[in-house]
Design a protein around this ligand. Structure first.
Ligand SMILES: NC(=O)c1ccc[n+]([C@@H]2O[C@H](COP(=O)([O-])OP(=O)(O)OC[C@H]3O[C@@H](n4cnc5c(N)ncnc54)[C@H](O)[C@@H]3O)[C@@H](O)[C@H]2O)c1
Ligand SMILES: [Zn+2]
Length: 363
């Protein structure tokens, strides 16, 4: 089992990230040893609950912990303030007090919702993250951002709430559908591009040999991606500067995602966005063209798109980029790379170059 220690926020906010296969007994033992909580409430969605809920609860109960489960509907549609209120009402009905710990068992949606609920219930109770999607294991469970969507957009309400502990059990990934798995791979590729060319080598080898879902490989890439995310968040918890480099591929990614009416998944959109950012980096910042082509080839080889769908309107994508610009107070923050592993934030890309690059990416 891999173990990382994250030091985020105040000195007393350091927490451990455990990564391994079949580690539920370890989860139970760690929580029992801590001993401070009177009860643990698992928050999960109905799909994950059907696959794993009872097993997780049983592993904790084996250690004589008092455990209850709350379920909410699956999917991004449930990621609203109403669901947070449903969770907090259920907590009140259960009699949950400040000696209660919430356990977020699920993907990014459950992690974000549960973290949010934990940060407001009784002015804040602890939350533990047990991520079950690849995206949640390498990205959303670490770093303490919580959030829900509103009619005006995604993640517009939220808090910073660092988890008490993160337990990453790669055994959960066995039941994850391929499409959702691939979406998480986009964030792993992102980590490789911004901080670890070695991770890209590893991904290329696994894609070539058909070993992308092998346990040893997964444990290794998840540990690497978590270390990268953790180190960046440690230096910039509240997203004032450095943390922005985690947005590599996300500027165009978010625009493409919205322009597709969310028909493209987040990972697919970020994949396209990374190819755009790599091409812009080659054009404007001296990234060797071979490296830009390598990123696109890796994206294709794991089954993610490296082209903007033929039916998508480039002008619509561009207008969404300028909407983003208003939100950020006038400039589009574009994460670029000078070479693999060396990102920086560029704030002024001429619209004509953007348009031209996006046109060149059309399928
Ligand atoms: N907080 C952050 O820093 C951060 C970072 C990135 C993304 N996010 C958020 O994460 C969300 C996306 O997360 P996601 O991609 O994990 O999607 P998700 O949470 O919607 O999960 C995708 C689907 O997979 C199912 N599922 C989860 N685990 C499973 C398993 N082990 N086996 C079978 N099915 C399983 C879920 O029921 C769901 O239907 C978005 O809302 C995004 O805003 C947050
Ligand atoms: Zn992302």
């Amino acid at each position: 089992m891999n173990q990382l220690k994250a030091n985020v926020g105040k000195a007393d906010h350091s927490y451990k990230i455990y990564i391994g296969e079949e580690i539920l007994d370890h989860v139970g033992m760690t929580l029992a040893k801590d001993g401070r909580a009177k009860r643990h409430v698992i928050v999960t969605d109905t799909r994950i609950d059907a696959l794993h809920g009872e097993r997780v609860q049983a592993a904790l109960e084996k250690m004589d912990l008092r455990v209850e489960r709350i379920t909410v509907p699956p999917g991004e549609e449930a990621k609203g303030i109403e669901t947070v209120l449903t969770v907090t009402e259920r907590l009140t009905a259960l009699g949950a007090d400040r000696q209660t710990i919430l356990i977020a068992l699920g993907g990014g949606v459950i992690g974000d919702l549960t973290g949010f609920a934990a940060s407001i219930y009784l002015r804040g109770i602890p939350v533990i993250q047990i991520p079950t999607t690849l995206l949640a294991q390498v990205d959303s469970s670490i770093g303490g951002k919580t959030g829900v969507d509103t009619a005006a957009g995604k993640n517009l309400l939220g808090t910073f709430k660092q988890p008490k502990t993160v337990f990453i059990d790669i055994a959960f990934l066995r039941t994850l559908p391929d499409e959702i798995f691939r979406s998480g791979l986009a964030e792993v590729i992102k980590c490789g591009v911004i901080k670890s060319p070695g991770l890209l080598d590893d991904l290329e080898r696994a894609a070539a040999s058909g070993g992308l879902r092998e346990a040893a490989f997964l444990e290794r890439i998840i540990a690497t991606a978590c270390r990268i995310k953790k180190e960046i968040v440690e230096l910039d918890e509240q997203d004032h500067g450095l943390r922005r480099i985690l947005n590599f591929g996300h500027t165009v990614g978010h625009a493409v995602e919205a322009s597709s009416g969310y028909a493209l998944s987040h990972g697919e959109s970020v994949a396209i966005g990374m190819v755009a950012a790599a091409r812009l980096s080659a054009r404007l910042c001296g990234l060797p063209a071979d490296d830009a082509a390598r990123i696109a080839a890796l994206i294709r080889s794991v089954g993610l798109p490296d082209r903007i769908p033929a039916e998508m309107d480039i002008e619509d994508v561009l207008s969404r980029l300028s909407l983003d610009k208003k939100k950020e107070g006038g400039t589009i923050h574009f994460v670029m790379i000078r070479k693999l592993g060396t990102p920086f934030v560029n704030e002024g890309i001429p619209e004509e170059i953007l348009r031209d690059t996006l046109k060149g990416l059309k399928a």
